[in-house]
Design a protein around this ligand. Sequence first.
Ligand code: NAP
Length: 312
Amino acid sequence: MLLVVKSGGQEAMPEWQSLYRALLPELEVVGWDDPALDPARVEYAMVWEPTPGRLAQFPALRVIMSSAAGVDHITRDPSVPAHLPITRMVTPETEERMADFVTAASYGIVRDFPMLREAQKERRWDESIVGRRASETTVAILGLGNLGAACARRLAANGFRVKGWARTHKQIERCESFAGDERLGECVSDAHIVVNLLPDTAATRGLIGNRFLEALPRGASLINVGRAPQVDLRAVVESLDTGHLRSAFIDVFDSEPLSPDDQMWNHPKLWVSSHIASAVSRKSKARQIVKNILADRSGQPLEHVYTANLGY
Ligand code: NAP
């Protein structure tokens, strides 16, 4: 059983090997660039941005496993054999960290942390910055998959009023579910906070633009922790500047890392973070890969398989 790894570079290999040795000693783990790698023996590949053409050269390959949540870095290579399952990297830690981040950002918004910081900078004792209560705050989550559902449960447990939108109807306790394009407006019409946790597909690209933002109540905030192409950042900045949007937390960008010259770093109503909303540990990733390898070995269904015709 051989797993080839391209994730974190050559310097990450000792850590990967030690993690996998502890979890599944019979698994042989070899680096992508290791000259000793025999392509004929590779059965599993854990990859980030695999060199185009290379996956097609492993004749015994059974599963391609992304070492990140997205798989576009794999699917953009037309030579990747279409019959092979591709799994996304989603672990219990991914869900926990995402729920932590989105809940923290939501509290930062309702308790006006940016305004408190400004007051502190000016040494101004300001008893007017009292914010609002979670229980009078509606959060609309776009995408109720692994991460959206985890955020919905955590926000609801913290007393927020939670609504969520997906392609199909969901049953999540204390989360009002809306399904399909025709229900999107209803989902966000009274939202104080909109959280984007949609995948990047032809249907979601550019969804959060001028029209979408104008339909939000004045004073709403946006948290984008999904993917960058869904959000028109120019429209977001315009809306912040007119005062329609109150604030925006942006964790994902079209071009990463965001250039140090980018205007967004300085925008007073924008919180920029470095795609860290849910950066999970290698230990958690290795556990997930082993879980799927064992499922494959025993003929059980794999977890978090990418569905090509849906694009996520
Ligand atoms: P997922 O399980 O695939 O869930 C995607 C959700 O979006 C599903 O509920 C799906 O609806 C819904 N959806 C897809 N297309 C739709 C459409 N056209 N209209 C309405 N709903 C639609 O994904 P996930 O694991 O939760 O990940 C969510 C996002 O987070 C991804 O974009 C991922 O890349 C991103 N992410 C970000 C970070 C970070 O650190 N910032 C870390 C990890 C992941 P159905 O359930 O009805 O199919």
